[in-house]
Design a protein. Structure first.
Length: 91
């Protein structure tokens, strides 16, 4: 399997960094690094996340990384990171 980030997911990372950096740049860096690394565990266990039935027939799932939700789609042999956001955000 291969892991690819969509442009929306990368934009989400940048948006979260900007939001956090306004308060604490070091925290922003650590949070973004942690979020960027979180989906790597999917390479070993791609179906570890909760399946989101509302996206069927696509296989869209989600995992939590701390207080952040990461949505991804499995289209073998590629896992696409679709979006990510803080769980307190209204999404």
């Amino acid at each position: 399997m291969e892991l690819k980030w969509t442009s929306k997911a990368l934009s989400d990372l940048a948006r979260l960094y900007e939001f956090l950096a306004a308060v604490n740049k070091l925290t922003a860096v650590h949070t973004v690094q942690s979020l960027a690394a979180a989906p790597s565990r999917l390479l070993e266990q791609p179906r570890i996340g909760e399946k989101l039935e509302e996206f069927e027939p696509r296989e869209v799932r989600r995992i939590l990384a701390g207080h952040y939700e990461v949505r991804y789609e499995i289209r073998e042999p590629i896992i696409y990171v679709l979006r990510l956001w803080h769980t307190r955000e209204d999404r």
